[in-house]
Design a protein around this ligand. Sequence first.
Ligand code: HEM
Length: 206
Amino acid sequence: MMRTFLKRHGLKLVIHLGALVPAVVMALQLARGSYLDPIRQMTTASGNTALALLGLTLTCTPLARLTGFRAVLRVRRPLGLYTFSYAALHLLIFAGWDYGFAWDLLIPALFTQRFVLAGLAAFVILLALALTSTRGWQQRLGRWWKRLQRWVYAAAGLVVLHVLLLSKTPDKALRYGIVLVLLLVLRWVPARPSAQGASSAPVTKD
Ligand code: HEM
């Protein structure tokens, strides 16, 4: 029975537990006072976790198409929702902890620090995708739902821009950009017969 459970839900379990690890580590480091500059380090940690999860979300479809391992399609939605959650934490640390929700400072920051504008645009897309990721919205939007979900690539592109604008050297953003282009190209590689329809399979099916 345990074997059947693990076979059916093992991957999902790994995703749920794995995605919670960075949050637990951040909370422990904060509680222990291990951060020298907590705002800066928590911003970096949450941003990098969101980016890593976004990368994993985008890997699911090409992986299913290339290997025929369709079980990964069932973890796309949780991965996407965890991406959004860490991005929301990242934004909350910036707007709430760093700026104390001082709108008179936050609004000018959008225009003087262009990386903030790129990050916000990416966040708005992730928010729209998270809100419409339910089965109800999938049915309501019909064929438009799939088109909307493709905006995840625009969000990833804006995150690459966010990192490019905030970094002193372009190396890191360049590496992320190459991975993103590679993932996009892999979408168009002919799928294995057993993986037909991988790119159009609903993200919401758990
Ligand atoms: C309104 C939205 C956002 C704001 C205000 C924001 C703000 C910031 C700030 C202040 C930093 C640190 C800059 C520094 O080191 O001085 C940062 C870094 C970063 N952010 Fe964002 N961000 C936003 C959205 C996002 C999103 C949606 C993602 C990913 C899904 C993301 C990923 C990152 C990454 C990867 C870094 C670089 C961390 C590093 O230096 O290694 N950010 N962001």
